[in-house]
Ligand binder design. Structure first.
Ligand code: NAG
Ligand code: NAG
Length: 434
């Protein structure tokens, strides 16, 4: 197993597939490539640009002026993104009314016990914009600049940067995901009524294809507290996502999300509203991840840890081997001021049934869990942070859930190297998933 750049490159799992499988894999891979090519020409990211009134444009521009802070330096990414280096104390998070006098916490008081922190800073070159070569100056944080088109692709200015309400209702203790709004999941989760102070996982990175612009496919960790059927669900989320609506392309991107009222008025993705405070000057949240895994070839994954600072109460996020990204201040939340009651890991897609059929938007790699390493996407080394601020493997204390296993499924297991892990995902639309 070799480590490459900021994301890990995994060259082999327990056993290498026999050559004929590789050949077959290559055959199917070329089929997939063709399909992606066809779909990307039909996905027109600007087709949502209806006629826009000048009043609407003014309102949008005002909003953008609010969230795009004036940069010390701007770095152009090869994929077209503009990364603004913004002074730490000018970042959008600090506009939050509850954070008026907030003093930025430079480092957490404690990392979770059991965390292997690498001292030397590795050459981090795992985001597309790193290829530019220019770095953000000391004292600034890199922020992906939002454009008028980004907002125009959203349903409304209010909806820009927000996740649609995930309608959940509970049967027993399961996060019984009733997808009345077309969100589908393949997830592993901890039983509720536990006190959880954080979670960690290493997530395989792919670029699932998306059928229509306003659907997405994401792979993430959820840290949850509050009730699923009420309006007070607190959620902290991070992982990678492909969202043509949010970013205007089909690249997997590092993202964060938070809400303290069940996805209603509070919270947003990334730094698109006041909330998440970034401390890292090399990682841009919302920027594309590169390289990504390919079918039956090189596999890449990212490691995300989220935990509650045991003294100060903020929820910190680290990337890879303990590189600090930033934190969600405790003030943002109601239930998460104490602890989380459930953690979920896995995939989520939106199925709008655009053609009257189940969407062909893929989850994970677009392959079912049964296909295993190099073909299906995985989460490995699932861990939670306990009351003692210690990282502990969840062993077999997790349950799994997928609404329709003919469309997307999940299979969890355990071994010494990967701890608790699972494969998940699927192609969506197929003869069994009409
Ligand atoms: C996408 O849609 C817009 C607006 O309908 C149109 O002007 C543009 O030519 C389309 N682009 C492509 C590549 O089809
Ligand atoms: C890096 O970004 C700068 C500033 O936007 C731009 O002028 C330059 O052309 C970019 N360099 C590369 C190699 O993309």
């Amino acid at each position: 197993m070799g480590t490459l750049l900021g994301s890990n490159k995994i060259t082999s799992s327990c056993s290498a597939p026999p050559p004929y499988i590789l050949f077959l894999g290559f055959f199917f891979f070329s089929l997939i490539l063709q399909r992606v090519a066809v779909e990307s020409t039909t996905l027109n990211y600007t087709s949502y640009n209806r006629k826009v009134s000048s009043l609407r444009l003014q309102r949008i521009q005002k909003h953008l002026d609010n969230i795009n802070k004036s940069p010390v330096l701007t770095i152009q990414s090869p994929d077209g993104d503009l990364i603004d280096c913004v002074h730490k104390r000018k970042q959008p998070s600090l506009d939050h009314p509850l954070l008026k006098n907030h003093k930025i916490q430079k480092v957490p008081t404690k990392m979770p016990k059991g965390m292997k922190v690498k001292r030397e800073e590795r050459k981090l070159e795992w985001q597309m914009w790193h290829k530019n070569g220019t770095r953000c100056p000391k004292g600034t944080v890199p922020i992906r600049r939002s454009t008028v088109n980004d907002v125009l692709r959203a349903k409304s200015l209010f909806d820009f940067g927000k996740k649609q309400r995930r309608r959940l209702s509970r049967r027993n203790d399961a996060p019984d995901v009733v997808s009345t709004n077309g969100h589908e999941h393949a997830i592993a989760y901890t039983g509720s009524s536990s006190e959880v102070y954080g979670a960690k996982a290493t997530i395989n990175v792919w670029d699932p294809s998306i059928q229509v612009v306003n659907e997405f496919s994401l792979s993430q960790i959820w840290i949850l507290s509050g009730s699923f059927d009420g309006s007070d669900l607190n959620s902290i989320e991070a992982g990678w996502q492909v969202s043509p609506e949010l970013y205007g392309d089909s690249s997997p991107r590092l993202f964060t999300y938070w809400t303290s009222d069940s996805y209603e008025a509070t919270g947003c993705y990334n730094l698109l509203c006041a909330g998440f405070i970034q401390t890292n000057s090399r990682i841009a949240i919302g920027a594309a991840i590169s390289p990504i895994s390919s079918f039956d070839a090189n596999q890449y994954d990212i490691t995300i840890l989220i935990w509650k600072d045991p003294r100060v109460g903020n929820w910190w996020m680290s990337f890879g081997d303990g590189t600090l990204v930033g934190y969600w201040p405790e003030e943002l939340f109601t239930h998460l001021t104490k602890h989380a009651t459930m953690v979920e890991w896995g995939g989520e897609v939106v199925n709008t049934r655009a053609n009257g059929q189940h969407t062909s938007t893929q989850m994970g790699s677009g392959h079912f869990a049964e296909d295993g390493f190099g073909k299906a996407s995985y989460f490995r080394n699932l861990e939670i942070v306990d009351t003692d601020n210690s990282l502990t493997s969840v062993h077999n204390n997790i349950l799994t859930l997928a609404e329709n296993t003919n469309c997307y499924d999940i299979k969890s297991s355990y071994n010494n190297e990967w701890g608790t892990y699972f494969y998940y995902g699927g192609p969506g639309n197929n003869p069994q998933c009409p």
